[in-house]
Design a protein around this ligand. Structure first.
Ligand SMILES: [Zn+2]
Length: 193
């Protein structure tokens, strides 16, 4: 019992300090990591409080979830040099991917804004065109009505013209007969027209 307790006190370092020293912020800042995070797609890491806040902002702008919590005080095994190098490289890759995703997100956001402007322009133009079309339809209906009136009037005038022509022919014929008769050339005949 005693040996065991003594062995522990010798081999276990003050865990909290070592834990803080063992992990550094993987956001390439070199600060001691006090928090660990986990993205919803599974990527995990450790970071300082400042970078944790940045990660949360990033998560909001990406519309993705990141869970951040204090690093457990139980000291993890100190990282080997190779592991640290690998983790740092992985962090750099992730950071690059994150930056790219943010850039793409911003680009999509701007394109979306442009599209919305184009869309509302198109909507206004569409409304304008529809209003003009309605206007033109009304004018066309008016013209058709007018055309119909003119056609009717024209038909009526044609009938009238025919009537006047035959009346003229009749009058002319009678005048000639009377002229012949006056000169005693031909007897008048009764015209029943
Ligand atoms: Zn940091």
């Amino acid at each position: 019992m005693v040996q065991h307790a003594m062995a522990n006190s010798d081999t276990l370092p003050p865990s909290a300090d070592v834990a803080a020293l063992a992990a550094t912020c993987d956001q390439d800042c070199g600060e001691a990591a006090t928090l660990s995070y986990r993205w919803e797609w599974g990527a995990t890491g450790t970071c300082c409080a400042h970078h944790a806040a940045l990660l949360q902002q990033t998560a909001v702008s990406l519309k993705r979830a990141v869970v951040i919590h204090p690093i457990a005080l139980a000291a993890p095994a100190p990282l080997l040099r190779d592991e640290r190098i690998q983790l740092t490289a992985r962090a750099l890759v992730l950071e690059a991917e994150l930056t790219e995703a943010q850039t793409q997100g911003l680009s999509v956001y701007r394109k979306n804004g442009d599209l919305q402007v184009q869309l509302s322009t198109a909507v206004v133009r569409d409304r304008e065109a529809k209003a003009q079309l309605q206007d033109m339809r009304a004018k066309l209906a008016e013209l058709e009505k007018w055309n119909e009136q003119i056609t009717n009037e024209n038909g009526r005038l044609l009938v009238e013209l025919e009537r006047l022509k035959s009346l003229d022919a009749f009058v002319h014929e009678r005048a000639e007969r009377e002229a012949l008769h006056d000169r005693g050339l031909e007897p008048p005949t009764t015209v029943d027209r």
